[in-house]
Design a binder for this molecule. Structure first.
Ligand code: HEM
Length: 184
């Protein structure tokens, strides 16, 4: 994944646990890269290795860590020059409906991006069904955190529930979520 993702992981660990903990995670993962380059693409194994090492070093639940990272990513992206992307929509649901278009725009800069796909069905003004599709495995809890983290951007609280999944080695993952909104 792009260095931006690994940089965000680095910053989240430093914010909550300090730089020394990050160095131990990096060493445990056998990762010799001290500073990731935001716009360079790294093998997914680097990111997965760091997440696995963080789980061990922090004695964390893998799903809880990925979910927290999803929440963190939303703030991190806004602080990293992408605030306009979030301000382009005036509601949570309209933002979620254009996630594929947003990643398509990002692809112009991140040429090697392997973007996820999101299909939305709006059920009511406060609830939406989302189907997430990816070639990558294991990121379902990250997506929960992302949808939760988007709530405060649009002054709502988002309750996110995984409602189903279909996982295939050949075609990748398809995960279904129900997102319900209430005033923050
Ligand atoms: C403007 C803000 C954002 C930027 C700059 C951004 C950029 C990226 C980048 C660079 C990756 C790594 C993929 C790769 O290297 O191939 C990624 C992955 C991902 N992004 Fe975004 N993203 C943003 C917002 C979002 C939002 C709001 C969501 C969903 C609510 C989202 C969902 C995901 C997911 C699930 C992945 C993991 C890849 C996968 O599932 O295969 N992103 N994004």
């Amino acid at each position: 994944m792009y260095g931006m993702v690994n940089k965000a992981m680095h910053k989240m660990v430093v914010d909550f646990h300090g730089e020394e903990t990050w160095v131990r995670i990096r060493e445990r993962a056998g990762c010799e890269i001290e500073d990731f380059v935001r716009m360079d693409a790294y093998p997914d194994a680097v990111t997965y290795g760091l997440v696995g090492a963080a789980v061990e070093e922090l004695n964390a639940d893998p799903a809880a860590l990925l979910r927290a990272f999803g929440v963190y990513w939303i703030s991190y992206a806004q602080e990293s020059g992408y605030r306009d992307f979030f301000q382009a929509c005036d509601s949570y649901i309209s933002f979620v409906q254009q996630l594929d278009a947003m990643h398509a725009r990002l692809q112009l800069a991140f040429r090697e991006l392997r973007a996820p796909q999101f299909a939305c069905t709006v059920l009511s003004p406060t609830s939406v069904r989302v189907v997430y599709r990816s070639q990558r495995h294991g990121l379902a809890p990250f997506v929960i955190g992302l949808f939760e983290g988007l709530g405060p951007v649009f002054s709502v609280k988002a309750a996110v529930e995984k409602t189903g999944e279909h996982i295939s080695e050949e075609t990748g993952v398809e995960i279904h979520y129900l997102v319900q909104l209430e005033p923050a």
